[in-house]
Design a protein around this ligand. Structure first.
Ligand SMILES: [Zn+2]
Length: 86
């Protein structure tokens, strides 16, 4: 993916991991990367609609999966964690 696309995705994310929504500014030690939602090896394309800004935790979860769309899975986990906390 080109730099322009990465800049666009980072701007859209407004400094948050697009999976778990944590703010990059609150976790300066976390490395955030622009990642493919559907991996290239599974047919994912280099378009903003298939890219997401991800913290290293979400990036790690995604990397362990055999492919496919992890956005729903990860956001569900964090919604569950939030509801448990209340
Ligand atoms: Zn995250």
């Amino acid at each position: 993916m080109d730099e322009r696309t990465k800049v666009l995705v980072r701007a859209r994310a407004e400094g948050r991991c697009e999976y778990c929504q944590i703010l990059q500014s609150l976790y300066p030690d976390f490395v955030f990367h622009v990642e493919h939602v559907v991996a290239r090896q599974h047919g994912g394309v280099d378009l903003p609609s298939n890219l997401a800004l991800a913290c290293h935790l979400c990036n790690g979860v995604i990397a362990l999966q055999p492919g496919g769309n992890m956005r729903y899975f990860v956001s569900s986990v964090f919604k569950y964690a939030k509801s448990e906390a209340n």
